[in-house]
Design a binder for this molecule. Sequence first.
Ligand code: IMP
Ligand code: MG
Length: 176
Amino acid sequence: MEKIFGKPLITQEEILHRVRELGLQITQDYMGKNLILIGILKGAFAFTADLSRSIGIPAGIDFLMTTTRESPGGESTKIISDPTLNLTGTDVLLVEDIVDSGVTAHMLLEKLSAHRPKSVRFCALLDKTGGRTVDIRPDYAGFSIPNKFVIGYGLDYKNKYRTLPFIAVLDDRTKA
Ligand code: IMP
Ligand code: MG
């Protein structure tokens, strides 16, 4: 598989090393708190699984499902599920695969805030800082990446490549 993509932008080893660092930091920051991780499906399934196992304090876990639709005016993302846990008074950490314009994260944080948690913060594995149209910054970010379309480790192009263990830039050969 590697041959098709050339060199990964971020290797599996680099991802897992950085995820462990984030897990340690979150463990320290949330010691004694009532942490609930909210993973965003489908893109953050791999990151949420690895991050949750790098966190050394008891934490609840829940998921929200989003879908993205292509339309003439661009893309629009919709939240199509609700949390199943009661978030009121808890310390919620939103876990996202990537933040680009920031529109999706902004919408998700608003939705989660409506459940009246004690705190809400935001962790993204990848941060395309150059793509931002909404003033939002992840509280925890794995890697800053250039403004290129990436695939793998949960991220898809047309529902493919989510299962790759590394992150690669999509090139013309992989679009087929
Ligand atoms: P935003 O709303 O523009 O911040 O975009 C966030 C969402 O767009 C992410 O949750 C992804 O689903 C998708 N997305 C943005 N950039 C990429 C990419 O490079 N590869 C795959 N999906 C992406
Ligand atoms: Mg996504």
